[in-house]
Write a protein that binds this ligand. Structure first.
Ligand SMILES: [Fe+2]
Length: 506
């Protein structure tokens, strides 16, 4: 049987790994590696640290990149999962690395660079963890007698997403301070403000594609004002407060929804316990949140133009990281699509020890539509398709507008597999999901790039960084967004640790 070049390359990489084990490694180390492989999930090597910063002018391409594909895909995610001797606990804790795939003339280059956060710089200086992360605090001895509150650096470890405002690129995490960087050299340019105490932000601001306005929120966790503040910035950058929703126990929030008329935020019953947080043994920030499944989730609708809350609808409890999109329908209702988890169990499932273990099971989200009538405050809830769907993206130009297609990732067999192993396309009109998958492939968030001159909503490509568990390396996968057929893939000679979000900039 003829074998494809891809299969030959993969086998070569496997042989290479085997030869390395048999050669320089001692017998004991080889046995340890084998034992680790037996107890680790098949994708666990995608959660190893990547320490090298590289620039590769040309990646080897299998297939043909579209000639119209230009610009750069910039992605963000954790890449270092231990700081000196300290293991980081949670996937969300790893030190931020930026990755850039730059396209032109049918070719693609790759570069990566750690974000020079305060955490990264202190680690380089002292070899130790200095600041608090989502699920890991630094060794308490460092701070004994100083404070029990989280200690934050000036430049946050912004490992979640990327925002672009014209020529200004920033890396974001759930702090209300962004970190500017240069998208070509990936050099960190500094924090965009001063980190306030006890306040969280969002890694998923919205930009109205028509008005140029920017929307975000801040969650205030400590007195005197505790609650959710919804904010807007004009095209000129003038900040305006749209609403403040007081909350005794502020709900965890990762993203929100925007329509042409409204901002919609979910007050979910995964709430912050200030009393616990103020105790000396409070633990990392995430451990101060608790799930209360007897409480509803509340959908809070805020008027964009006038400000203020116009309606609050109560629905059965669920947990959400990501909104897909939202829009105002012809009847004046607010249609909100999101990835709904049954509860906050996903947060615990993403602790690295659990996630890396063989047989790890990760709770999955369903694509769900919540339609709120602002006049009555009533909500209708229905699932958009059967199956699971996460890390959703749409054509950015349709943010807040009626749309049909979303792209995301999912898990083929949630009962057996712990991690994302397919790319999915959601057709909201037909209520269907279709998929791309391949044995041993673990893809990340697919970013949609529209073909110039396209008239169909899904005429373009999806860009997804895939970890190939068999070769233990990663590649950039290019899919036709219409039918998820493969257009090309560009191989990177190392692994790219599983990341979160990115964007394409032309
Ligand atoms: Fe996110």
């Amino acid at each position: 049987m003829l074998r494809t070049r891809r299969e030959l390359l993969r086998d070569g990489a496997r042989l290479g790994a085997g030869a390395a084990l048999a050669g320089p490694l001692a017998h004991g180390a080889a046995a340890t590696a084998v034992a680790e492989a037996a107890t680790s999930a098949p994708y666990a090597a995608g959660l190893r640290s990547l320490t090298d910063e590289v620039r590769l002018p040309h990646l080897e391409i299998d297939g043909r990149l579209p000639s119209w594909l230009r610009g750069v895909l910039v992605r963000n995610g954790p890449a270092l999962f231990e700081i000196g001797e300290q293991q980081l606990n949670h996937w969300f804790d790893g030190l931020a690395m930026l990755h850039a795939f730059a396209f032109g003339a049918g070719r693609v280059s790759y570069a990566n660079r750690f974000l020079r956060s305060s955490q990264y710089l202190e680690y380089k200086r002292t070899g130790k963890m200095a600041y608090s992360e989502f699920g890991t605090d630094p060794c308490k001895a460092i701070f004994s007698g100083v404070t029990s509150l989280p200690v934050l650096g000036k430049v946050p470890n912004a490992n979640v997403s990327i925002e672009r405002l014209g020529a200004r690129f920033t890396a974001l995490t759930e702090m209300p301070v962004a970190v500017r960087f240069d998208p070509k050299a990936l050099k960190t340019l500094g924090a965009d403000g001063v980190l306030p105490t006890g306040r969280l932000g969002t890694a998923h601001p919205h930009h109205d594609p028509k008005t140029g306005e920017r929307f975000a929120y801040e969650v205030e966790l400590v007195p005197p004002t505790m609650g959710l503040r919804v904010l807007a910035w004009s095209r000129a950058g003038v900040r305006r407060e749209l609403a403040f929703i007081p909350q005794d126990r502020p709900g965890y929030l990762h993203s929100f929804a925007l329509t042409a008329r409204y901002v919609a935020v979910i007050a979910q019953p995964f709430t912050f316990d200030l009393g616990k947080f103020l105790k000396p043994d409070r633990g990392p920030i995430v451990t101060n949140y608790g799930w209360n499944g007897s409480e509803p989730a509340r959908v809070v609708i805020v008027d964009r133009a006038r400000g203020g809350v116009v309606a609050t609808a109560e629905v059965d409890p669920f947990f959400v990281f990501h909104h897909v999109n939202a829009y105002d329908d012809a009847r004046g209702r607010v249609v909100i699509d999101l990835c709904a988890h049954r509860d906050s169990g996903i947060v615990d499932a993403l602790y690295l020890k659990r996630l890396r273990r063989a047989g790890a099971k990760v709770p999955q989200a369903v694509p769900r539509r919540i339609t709120v009538d602002p006049a009555s405050g009533k909500a209708e809830v229905r699932d958009l398709a059967e199956g699971n769907f996460e890390l959703p993206r749409v054509d950015d130009r349709l943010d807040g507008r009626e749309y049909r297609y979303a792209y995301g990732v999912g898990v083929k067999d949630p009962a057996r597999s712990g991690f994302i192993d397919r790319v999915s396309k959601l057709d909201t009109a037909r209520g269907e999901l279709r998929h791309w998958d391949e044995r041993g492939a673990y893809p990340g968030e697919p970013v949609f790039v529209r073909r110039p001159g396209a008239t169909r909503e899904d005429d373009g490509v999806l860009l997804s960084v895939v970890f190939d568990a068999r070769a233990r390396t990663s590649y950039l996968l290019v899919l036709d967004a219409r039918d998820l057929s493969e257009v090309a893939r560009a191989a990177v000679p190392h692994h790219i640790p599983f990341g979160f979000h990115g964007l394409h900039a032309s």
